[in-house]
Design a binder for this molecule. Structure first.
Ligand SMILES: Cc1cc2nc3c(=O)[nH]c(=O)nc-3n(C[C@H](O)[C@H](O)[C@H](O)COP(=O)(O)OP(=O)(O)OC[C@H]3O[C@@H](n4cnc5c(N)ncnc54)[C@H](O)[C@@H]3O)c2cc1C
Length: 241
């Protein structure tokens, strides 16, 4: 179930025969794509503009820890349409009590996560309570498949999957050894080896990790995506009224 109101999911069998190919049929809000399996192989040039639209806009974010949520907050606050976060609200923050988050005296990790989730929703991001089982390039963008078989397309993909890194691995992103830990390779804006795929937080770091570091990574990712979209170096500076 999604935190924001959503249409019911479309589903498909997990296994698709090699001679069958997905036929993306309908595009909807928040990058969701309804789909059906076609008997015939669909040529790329037969795909309509409507079918391609979900893959030409929006940002799908896998992981609802401080990295993913902060990226979503900054993107939605700055009017990026179709910002979606996928996760089951199982961030390590729930095991934490924060005495070390600057600007906050002390707060339980769960209360902190709840507050950021509310901020994301207030700015217009959609939080999907869902486990992502597959990410793949599709129609020039990226497609997410959740465990119930629903598909979601987006132009940008953010992998903030914590210390598991399984989707990053399956997507074929470059990894590197960071003082003995195999992590996703990314630059200081979270750009990975694949264009328009970003990673941050624990996914790109070893155990020298804190909530504020992950939040910072999420903000850096968002600013880079915003810079790409606005074709200028973008920052999010507010001043007192
Ligand atoms: C016991 C403990 C105490 C801590 N105490 C502190 C502290 O006091 N102060 C501090 O600053 N930090 C503390 N931390 C560290 C802090 O929790 C991490 O720095 C922070 O949670 C990392 O954020 P992240 O977004 O990078 O990853 P995570 O918080 O791990 O978030 C990743 C999210 O992605 C989700 N996910 C992964 N794969 C998928 C998938 N395929 N589909 C959908 N969702 C997926 C996970 O369920 C998770 O919700 C503590 C950690 C622990 C374990």
């Amino acid at each position: 179930m999604d935190d924001a109101s959503e249409d019911p999911s479309t589903t498909e069998d997990d296994h698709v025969e090699p001679d069958q190919q997905e036929k993306t049929a309908v595009s909807e809000g928040n990058g969701r794509v309804a789909s059906q399996v076609s008997d015939a192989v669909q040529e790329q040039d037969e795909v309509s503009m409507e079918e391609l639209l979900p893959y030409q806009q929006g940002v799908n974010i896998v992981g609802d820890g401080p990295t993913g949520l902060t990226a979503a907050l900054y993107l939605a606050k700055n009017d990026i349409k179709h910002v979606s976060v996928f996760g089951e609200n199982e961030t390590y923050l729930h095991d934490a009590y924060l005495y070390n988050y600057p600007g906050i005296d002390a707060i339980g990790g769960s209360a902190f996560a709840d507050t950021v989730r509310d901020q994301c929703k207030a700015f217009g991001a959609t939080l999907h309570t869902a486990f992502v089982k597959k990410v793949e390039p599709m129609h020039g963008g990226f497609r997410i498949t959740t465990s119930d078989g629903s598909h979601y397309g987006s132009k940008y993909l953010v992998l903030a999957e914590g210390d598991g890194r399984k989707l990053s691995e399956s997507l074929g992103l470059a990894f590197e050894d960071l003082d003995g830990t195999r992590v996703v390779k990314a630059d200081r804006y979270g750009r990975t080896s694949m264009e328009r795929v970003y990673a941050g937080g624990w996914t790109i770091r070893d155990n020298r990790i804190q909530a504020v570091i992950s939040a910072g990574d999420g903000a850096a990712i968002a600013l880079d995506i915003l810079s790409q979209e606005h074709e200028r170096k973008f920052h999010d500076f507010d001043v007192p009224e």
